[in-house]
Design a binder for this molecule. Sequence first.
Ligand SMILES: Cc1ncc(COP(=O)(O)O)c(C=O)c1O
Length: 413
Amino acid sequence: MTALSPVLRQATPVTVDHGEGCYLYGTDGRRYLDFTAGIGVTSTGHCHPRVVEAAREQIGSLIHGQYTTVMHQPLLRLTERLADVLPEHLDSVFFANSGSEAVEAALRLSRQATGRPNVIVFHGGFHGRTVATASMTTSGTRFSAGFSPLMSGVHVAPFPTAYRYGWSEEAATDFALRELDYILTTLTAPQETAAFIVEPVLGEGGYIPGNTRFFQGLRERADRHGILLVMDEIQTGFGRTGKFFGHQHFDVRPDIITIAKGLASGFPLSGIAAPSELMAKAWPGSQGGTYGGNAVACAAAVATIDVIESEGLVDNAATRGEQLLAGVRAGATKQIGDVRGLGLLVGSEFTTATGEPDSATAAAAQQAAARHGLLLLTCGAYSNVVRMIPPLIVSSDQIDEALAIWARVLDEL
Ligand SMILES: Cc1ncc(COP(=O)(O)O)c(C=O)c1O
């Protein structure tokens, strides 16, 4: 008899029978409002009919057309379709399977293109679970403990996490940029620094949006020193924040973006996008993989982009995001020290009476929400932030339904 390894930890007790739209249906016969969206993946909702249809049709003609052996049409179609949604200068794409692989692809491209060994990441960032990406992840030691030595060549600079420092956004941004300069003077010389790798909104790190002056400060330093600016859009891309890509809130031009999650409505597909002159500096044949750019996943991704556009999901994420953030803020009790977010990424940070992180109450709230039929996740260094990430198709009534359950949960705590 085999059993699932205890290495996997499950956030809720639910075993899913099937999903439809914003709901998951458990084998217990209950319906759950899913404000986890498979960790920000099922943006078009569970089993959107157009995505299902595209995948079904593709399965009947080609499942796996290994992309370093042959080329296939869904991959070519997706490459072409992405031109409609990517920033114009990011005109070359490479595909893999998971977010971690995409971040590794960006890392390799950055090192190969610049010939420089080091990268700077930003404190609280999450970039994945492979050894290279765990080495770049600083949102909690739980992602990197126990399998050292990690990859070398990674330096960590502050992110403007104003709430944590207890400072204004201005002061936190001044500090972050000043420390970045100090790191470039004391730890990794600019001519040895290949890239800054940063999330537009810290995801796993606690749903903390960056700001325009911070990202423009990174851009200015990147230009001055020939360093690449890599924006990890794995959680923030494809409409999640109320713009197609998270960095578009901050008037900043990235050199490389990573994409995954919302790209293919649940099929494992990821990628990077960069200007073709930059992509041409990658060593041919240095990236690839057996399953990258899977035909069914690519067909689902094309359908996903069609749905996002034709159903106005980016605008819906912006409007429903405002509704959700305002509702969560209005209902926050004294156990919640901060509520923040961007679009349909909304986090409530639980703190004790003395302002310390309160992971126990956050966990209790998340579990109680599941019992009341609302699926949520936690995040943050101390797992004391309860996050809401509904599908982008979420309706105003479903936001109200979630807010009503959340109010009940907070009342019962
Ligand atoms: C910003 C960011 N980067 C990278 C990853 C890693 O993606 P994956 O879990 O698909 O490897 C994640 C996953 O949550 C993420 O949110």
